[in-house]
Design a protein around this ligand. Sequence first.
Ligand SMILES: *[C@@H]1O[C@H](CO)[C@@H](O)[C@H](O)[C@H]1NC(C)=O
Ligand SMILES: *[C@@H]1O[C@H](CO)[C@@H](O)[C@H](O)[C@H]1NC(C)=O
Ligand SMILES: *[C@@H]1O[C@H](CO)[C@@H](O)[C@H](O)[C@H]1NC(C)=O
Ligand SMILES: *[C@@H]1O[C@H](CO)[C@@H](O)[C@H](O)[C@H]1NC(C)=O
Length: 487
Amino acid sequence: MIQSRIQSFPSEIGFLFILLFGIIFLLIVDPRQDSERLAMWYSYSATSRRPSTSWLLSSNTNYSLSQHRPLIFHSSSLPLTHEEIKGSEYYKQPPSAADMQLDKVEGILAGARASIREATANTDRSSKLDDPDYIPHGDIYRNPNAFHWSYLLMEKHFKVFVYEEGEPPIFHYGLCKDIYSTEGFFLNFMELDTRFRTRDPGEAHVYFLPFSVVMILEHLFDPVIRDKAVLQRVLVDYVHIISSKYPYWNRSFGTDHFMLSCHDWGPRATWYVPQLYFNAIRVLCNANTSEHFNPNKDASFPEINIRTGDIQNLTESSHLKEERPILAFFAGGLHGQIRPALFHHWKEKDDTLLVYETLPRGMSYSEMMTKSKFCLCPSGHEVASPRIPEAIYADCIPVLISENYVLPFSDVLNWDSFSVKVSVQDIPDLKRILAGIPEKEYARMQNNVRQVKRHFAVNDPPRRYDVFNMIIHSIWLRRLNLRVGLR
Ligand SMILES: *[C@@H]1O[C@H](CO)[C@@H](O)[C@H](O)[C@H]1NC(C)=O
Ligand SMILES: *[C@@H]1O[C@H](CO)[C@@H](O)[C@H](O)[C@H]1NC(C)=O
Ligand SMILES: *[C@@H]1O[C@H](CO)[C@@H](O)[C@H](O)[C@H]1NC(C)=O
Ligand SMILES: *[C@@H]1O[C@H](CO)[C@@H](O)[C@H](O)[C@H]1NC(C)=O
């Protein structure tokens, strides 16, 4: 498996390319041109003027329906009013059947958006909705009531079209083992899904490009020649095929399409198709904002290391003990920019804050996690760490040491309630910080870790509120934030 880091890009050529693309993009989608029939809309947050999903679910937004005025998405943010849009050429032409179908899809989304916004505005944040399986509640959510509304509306309405083009093993299939397993699980679950998947592309809200970066590299990448252009060839071809065969890509410039990858090179793979990179929803483990991960349109994907491919007993907690004699634990390789500092200060230096590069003989990694109060999750080669879900499974409080990392499901979950963030500068102080957390606070956080476990659980077949459904929910939120078409 390829582990080398992504080279930083854009290079100068890349930069020129972005500039050129930006200019072309402006010319093509400038909404002031009447001939433009299908510009993209973002529902902007009226206060920040930036499209963001946080307005939907955060607890402290000051939102009401009347305040909200959708502004047209435009690189230079020139807003158009409803009146200007209504007066445009687009409205003077009779709608086609496809326009009417798109109106219907957008109508459903508009209704859902309004309901969720209403739930967000409600000062009572506890959900009064019925649910046979689980009712979101408590500190772990930014707003449990708004999340519950959003989740149920997603189950009721959300439709995903999976392009059928492409053959396994590169498409429609992925490995469900090792560090990139969530990519494989999602691809395989989506193939069999009956709740969200639709065979009618006209009624879909989002379009899925079911390629696996892991499988492209496994089958087409030569480890000796190391020609990364295989990614380019596959993706450029694929997008070319689906955008010439179907009208949906061109209709939205890719904004209502999504791809997903857990590989370090996931972001890089999308680079070769600018609309995929800048417009489409990218669900990525490597959610590094310094590499153009944009949390307003891209979603962070949890990295879960399923070592044997066996998901049975992953979240099983009967073996977990109350007694946790070790303050904090970490074992893992020295790579990336954060671990050198961690190792410098703590590697084999303390008898209760245990940091190892190689695990001593006879010590079990998983057992150590169940004996520690805190589990350190520093970024390595890439920002995501499989230790975060591992810690959660072990009722161990994750200690997040990363930079520019957008945490999974962070527009719904209140990470501060079940994890500790430590900045790189504070690594020398790590022991004091962790030991200084009062027992009561620790107990509260551990209870929250137990509660949040269901959102990181991998089930086959998927179960409500588990990791598969939470990923779909992240995509749903990003699609809700977008309006395709001018009506
Ligand atoms: C929230 O809205 C009210 C009423 O519109 C306004 O007076 C108040 O300043 C707003 N608060 C914030 C934090 O924006
Ligand atoms: C979409 O746009 C591309 C490039 O402009 C074009 O080649 C393709 O034919 C278009 N697709 C459809 C379905 O019109
Ligand atoms: C899962 O746990 C059950 C009960 O604790 C046990 O019987 C079973 O063997 C475990 N399965 C695996 C694969 O470890
Ligand atoms: C995030 O991206 C920046 C810019 O490319 C890079 O310098 C940094 O190392 C990345 N972080 C990780 C943990 O890979």
